[in-house]
Design a protein around this ligand. Structure first.
Ligand code: NAD
Length: 431
């Protein structure tokens, strides 16, 4: 399903009429996206300006080039780790204020800061903490033009190239106002093209929507893929797997033996496990049947939790689970779904540290409003609210979530674990 306002806003006559008559109709920007696999120089054709932290060499290495004075900016990056007191925050104003209008449509604003939890003085904690409010407000001010603003919050001295490549590129088109924590030290070896070559991957719920978009991305990055879904009568799982050159396994993930069956189909080991299958069974709590409660919790949470045990990934592997903004913020008529999705987010936050010694990362993606069959079923008024109540003023596409899942699955994402990354266009819903 596509967003009619984004389509109309592309037409000059429509924009002219809305502006000319002063109509209260939002004109969401067309977000710039890229297709296909990562290129060796992920920020090619991107012009940047930066402040502090010797970032120029890093950005040049990713293919970006310094912007000439007054040129439109693709990327503005600020290294904030040297800021120690609230008065130092003035340099944020000094750098960004004159550049806000220079950021081109679908441009990127990124700040790199310390995580407040590792600062040792109230002044530096307050200063590091101030960056989150700043970035979220920038996201709201810039969203109308499709510009995103994100904060990379560091614990230790992690490799900054991978998050700059992703959050600086069109692959993060629908991620804005987010704080992403990186933990670790030193450089990560990372080829960008075909980075999943030779990796055994499984994606559940892969027959359509976000799962299918992720399957397409995984195959284009070279993964050896198993696609899992309920075996529907329409044969879509087998058809899509055939088209992509992947294996198909028709399976209900709530089965006790689901993990073992997947492992067998994968030939005994798995490197990348993407727990994407999910369902909604919406009703207000007063009207919700026990069946609806149990089904939503069993598929969205129980099955995923069990598969962490029964489908163990190899050392150095990646696990991504699909949570939801509804799980973080709560949602009318979704007590069952929100409980399950918030349970997933907690599991990720608290279980990830125990996997770190084996080089395994565990992260959650929390999509906001994404244009799929799941959201097409929502009544029109609620659907419109879901789309427009976001800084970017529109719903995301399955590919936006697929790009985030793919990024977190790369060897280069080694320093990102225990995170709940919202792919929500800066939704006003929730924290
Ligand atoms: P979708 O309904 O289009 O696809 C989900 C897939 O999961 C389907 O193919 C379905 O057959 C499969 N599935 C369901 N139950 C299963 C089971 N027991 N065993 C195996 N497969 C099963 O949904 P989507 O919009 O692509 O969502 C994917 C994930 O993202 C879900 O976990 C969903 O909760 C989450 N999410 C989606 C949105 C959104 O706006 N679309 C927002 C937040 C979170």
């Amino acid at each position: 399903m596509s967003d009619y306002l984004v389509n109309l806003s592309r037409k000059g006559w429509f924009r002219g009429t809305v502006r000319g008559l002063g109509l209260p109709i939002p004109l969401p920007a067309t977000l710039k996206r890229v297709e296909g696999p990562w290129a060796e120089q992920p920020l090619e054709h991107c012009s940047f300006e930066s402040w502090g932290g010797n970032l120029d060499v890093l950005l040049n290495g990713l293919g970006a080039s310094p912007a000439s004075h007054d040129e439109a900016l693709g990327l503005a990056v600020f290294a904030a780790r040297a800021l120690k007191t609230p008065m130092d925050l003035a340099s944020l104003h000094e750098f960004f204020s004159p550049r806000m209008k220079r950021l081109e449509s679908s441009g990127r604003l990124i700040i790199i800061g310390h995580s407040p939890k590792r600062c040792d003085h109230p002044a530096s904690q307050a200063t590091a903490g101030a960056l989150a409010g700043f970035i979220r407000s920038c996201a709201k001010e810039l969203g109308k033009r499709g510009v995103t603003a994100n904060l990379i919050s560091c614990v230790g001295n992690p490799d900054l190239a991978p998050p700059l490549a992703f959050f600086g590129s069109p692959r993060s088109a629908f991620i804005t106002g987010q704080v992403i924590e990186l933990e670790g030290d030193g450089l990560v070896t990372h080829a960008w093209s075909k980075a999943l070559q030779g990796q055994r991957a499984v994606i559940t719920g892969a027959a359509r929507g976000i799962g299918l978009a992720t399957a397409e991305r995984f195959v284009s990055e070279g993964a050896d893929l198993l696609m899992v879904d309920l075996g529907g009568d329409d044969g879509s799982l087998e058809r899509e797997a055939d088209r992509l050159g992947a294996k198909a396994l028709a399976l209900d993930i709530t089965s006790e033996t689901a993990g073992a069956q997947m492992l067998e189909a994968l030939g005994g080991s798995v490197d990348l496990a993407i727990h994407n299958a999910g369902i909604t069974r919406d009703r207000t709590l007063a009207k919700m049947s026990a069946d609806n409660w149990n089904q939503a919790v069993a598929v969205n949470l129980g099955a995923v939790e069990r598969m962490l045990e029964t489908l163990p990934v190899q050392d150095g592997g990646r696990i991504v689970v699909l949570s939801s903004v509804a799980g973080l913020a709560g949602n009318f008529g979704q007590t069952n779904y929100a409980a399950a999705k918030s349970g997933l987010a907690a599991m990720v936050r608290y279980h990830a540290p125990s996997l770190r010694p084996r080089g395994i990362t565990l992260n959650a993606i929390a999509p906001g409003f994404i244009e799929t069959r799941l959201t097409a079923a929502i009544p029109f008024a609620t659907r419109e609210g879901g789309r427009r109540l976001a800084a970017l003023g529109q719903g995301g596409l399955p590919i936006d979530v697929a790009e985030a899942i793919t990024f977190l699955s790369l060897p280069a994402a080694k320093h990102i674990s225990g995170q709940v990354l919202r792919v929500c266009g800066g939704s006003y819903l929730g924290a």
